[in-house]
Design a binder for this molecule. Structure first.
Ligand code: PLP
Length: 386
């Protein structure tokens, strides 16, 4: 196969060497519930992973509930907070990931929840001043993601949290795209203890850990109903024999991610800006959806007149792996609900492509896109919209 360039790190990123080594080293771990030596050894590994994660994210070890990933963490939070409260409203912006939106819709269909939209502006950001009245409506919870998976837009979570605190309503933050943290406008992470959320979801494969492991941070004292019932592991919120190796891999990846910190953010921002400027210099009539403050590796744009699916297929054939950024349903590509909520016209939304850079992205990845993007867009435009 010819040289490949991966620019879909928001979908999943490469396993970091530190995480691979930690994961392999712990793959033989037994059941941490066992009261014999091998069980105690597994328990020590799990406790150590939990303590490392807590230390890195600024919470207590007991607040870390390991799950199978971001989707499960979001489902546990939204359903758990909803079922444990007396309120009937779930307030969420229309740009949330399906892992939040679909469980809210399920609760509306099956458990009498009323889903209220928190309006967003043309950049997809929530306006905290325009949140629906939280106290008057008996709100069970508010959900607000830390940053959007398609555009990379960083949400004003601190201001939303302040509204929630004043109304006494729990806030769930989907921090899957931000390695488990609410970010300030400069992109720096806020410790969980200071972020005002009751629950916060993260997923290891988005920051260089293994796929199939994540966590929900659950503030001590938060009232949450379990969604997996059984042996009572993970504070009784998520029963099942824990994935010790996964937790160890997650902790190692998170440590590596945090160690890179601002240095990586600067490097990715510079690469991403070169990619954007290069595309704008090469191709006419481009609509850029990513606006600051945003994640440093995200670039979401539309090439009106071309179908997003055609663009990603042609780019794939040219060695560039990227996505449209939005979900496929039974092989049919739908325009992104995020872009539609931002007021983008449907034909422009269908012409979207998302390039996302990650921890091991390099100059050559940007150069590879710039070498083929002009020809690719011309060919996709010639093919037209389906
Ligand atoms: N939330 C957001 C914002 C995401 O980007 C994703 C994955 O794309 C998820 C939740 C789901 O995470 P996972 O793939 O670990 O289930």
């Amino acid at each position: 196969m010819s040289e490949r360039h991966y620019l879909d790190h928001a979908a999943t990123t490469h396993l970091r060497p530190e995480a691979r080594e930690a994961l392999i080293g712990a793959l033989g771990a037994g059941n941490p519930g066992g009261r014999y030596a091998s069980g105690r050894a597994a328990r020590a590994l799990l406790d150590d992973a939990r303590e490392r994660v807590a230390d890195l994210l600024g919470c207590e070890p007991v607040e870390v509930v390991f799950t199978s990933g971001g989707t499960e963490a979001d489902n546990l939070a939204v359903q758990g907070l909803y079922l444990a409260r007396s309120g009937s409203a779930i307030v969420a912006p229309p740009v949330e990931h399906e892992a939040v939106a679909r469980i809210a819709a399920h609760l509306a269909a099956e458990h009498w929840a009323e889903v209220l939209e928190a309006p967003v502006d043309a950049a997809g950001r929530v306006d905290p001043a325009r949140l629906p009245e939280l106290d008057r409506r008996g709100t069970a919870l508010v959900a607000c993601m830390a940053a959007n998976n398609e555009t990379g837009a960083i949400q004003p979570v601190a201001a939303v949290a302040e509204r929630c605190r004043a109304a006494g309503v729990p806030l769930h933050v989907d921090a899957v795209q931000t390695a488990g943290a609410v970010l300030d406008a400069s992109g720096a992470p806020t410790p969980f203890r200071d972020c005002g959320a009751a629950t916060l979801a993260l997923s290891a494969h988005k920051f260089g850990g293994p796929r199939g492991i994540g966590a929900l941070l659950v503030r001590r004292g938060a009232r949450l109903a379990a969604h997996v019932h059984g042996g009572g592991q993970e504070r009784g919120l998520r029963s099942g024999t824990p994935d010790v190796a996964g937790a160890v891999g997650l902790a190692a990846a998170l440590a590596a991610d945090r160690a890179e910190g601002e240095r990586r953010r600067r490097r990715l921002r510079a690469l991403r800006d070169r990619l954007r400027e290069g595309i704008l210099a090469t191709v006419d009539d481009v609509v850029v959806h990513t606006t600051e403050p945003a994640l440093p590796g995200h670039l979401h744009l539309s090439f009106p007149g071309a179908e997003g699916d055609s663009l990603t297929m042609l780019l794939d054939a040219a060695g560039v792996e990227c996505s449209t950024g939005s979900a496929c349903s039974a092989g049919v590509h739908r325009p992104s609900h995020v872009l539609l909520a931002m007021g983008v016209a449907e034909d422009v939304a269908r012409a979207a492509v998302r390039f996302t850079l990650g921890w091991d992205s390099a100059e050559a990845d940007v150069a590879a896109v710039l070498a083929v993007v002009g020809d690719t867009v011309s060919r996709a435009r010639a093919a037209g919209m389906a």
